[in-house]
Design a protein around this ligand. Structure first.
Ligand code: ADP
Ligand code: AMP
Length: 216
C-alpha cells in the first residue's frame, strides 16, 4: 500500500493521473477541490462559505480542508491514498504528517508534476469533465471519442469549471507560488520528493509516476 501526494499547479495533470492510478492500482483519490465543489453543488453550509473564495481562485482555510481530509481518511484505502490538491500550505503538510502518523501510516512519495505557466492556460481553458464519473477531458489534447459523450460511462452530462478562465487562473497560480510551492523544498528536505515532466503525454507521465511508485 502506498500513500502519495500529487503536487503541482492547477492544470498540471494531477486529477488525470489520480484517476488512472485509481483504476490501475485500486488507490483512492482524495481531492479537496472535488470535495469542496461537491459541497457547493449540494448547497451545504460549507459550500456557501467557500463559494466566493473559490470563484476568486483563492485558497480556503486550512481548518476546512484538514477537516475534510481527516473525515475521508477514516474510511481507509486498501490500495493507498492519492492526495490531489492537498496539502497546499505548510500547515496542511504538517497536519497530514500528523494524521498519517496518528493512524500508523506512512507517506511514500511526493510527486511534483513540473509544467510551465504558458501550458497551463491552454490546459485549464480547454478542460471539461464528466459530471457523472469525473473523467477528465480536454478540447484539444484529450477529447471524448464521440462529441459530448463520456468515453468511460456514456454520460452526456459534461461540465466546465467556473474558475477555469484565464483571469482566475492568474490568482490560482499566484496562490500556488506563494503558499504551495514551498512544499517542494519541505518534501525535498525530507527526501520524499520526486519530479516528473508534466508536459509529456499522459501515458508518458503515467509511466514516470509508476516508476516512482515501484521503486521503493
Ligand atoms: P489538475 O488536476 O492538476 O488541475 P487535470 O488533470 O484536470 O489537472 O488536467 C488539466 C487539463 O489538462 C485537462 O483538460 C486534461 O485533460 C489535460 N491534461 C492532463 N494531463 C495532460 C498531459 N499530460 N498532456 C496534455 N493534456 C493533459
Ligand atoms: P482544485 O480542484 O484542486 O483546482 O481546487 C479548486 C479550489 O478549491 C482552489 O482554487 C481553492 O479555492 C480550493 N481548494 C482546494 N483544495 C484546497 C486546499 N488544500 N487548501 C485550500 N484551498 C483548496
Amino acid at each position: 500500500m502506498k500513500n502519495i501526494i500529487l503536487l503541482g499547479p492547477p492544470g498540471a495533470g494531477k486529477g488525470t493521473q489520480a484517476k488512472r492510478l485509481e483504476e490501475a492500482r485500486g488507490m483512492v483519490q482524495l481531492s479537496t477541490g472535488d470535495m469542496l465543489k461537491e459541497a457547493i453543488a449540494k448547497g451545504t453550509d460549507l459550500g456557501r462559505r467557500v463559494e466566493g473564495i473559490m470563484a476568486r481562485g483563492e485558497l480556503v482555510t486550512d481548518e476546512i480542508v484538514i477537516g475534510l481530509i481527516e473525515a475521508r481518511m477514516s474510511d481507509g484505502a486498501r490500495g493507498g491514498f492519492i492526495f490531489d490538491g492537498f496539502p497546499r500550505t505548510l500547515k496542511q503538510a504538517d497536519a497530514l504528517g500528523e494524521l498519517l502518523s496518528r493512524t500508523g501510516q506512512s507517506l511514500d512519495a511526493v510527486i511534483e508534476m513540473q509544467v510551465d505557466d504558458a501550458a497551463l492556460v491552454a490546459r485549464v481553458t480547454g478542460r471539461f469533465t464528466c459530471g457523472n464519473c469525473g473523467a477528465v477531458y480536454h478540447d484539444v489534447t484529450h477529447p471524448t471519442r464521440v462529441a459530448g459523450v463520456c468515453d468511460a460511462c456514456g454520460s452526456t452530462n459534461m461540465k466546465r469549471r467556473a474558475d477555469d478562465n484565464e483571469e482566475t487562473l492568474k490568482t490560482r497560480l499566484m496562490e500556488y507560488y506563494k503558499k504551495t510551492s514551498p512544499l517542494i523544498g519541505y518534501y525535498h528536505a525530507k527526501g520524499q520528493l520526486s519530479a516528473v515532466d508534466g508536459l509529456a503525454d499522459v501515458e508518458v507521465v503515467a509511466d514516470a509516476i509508476a516508476k516512482v511508485l515501484d521503486k521503493g
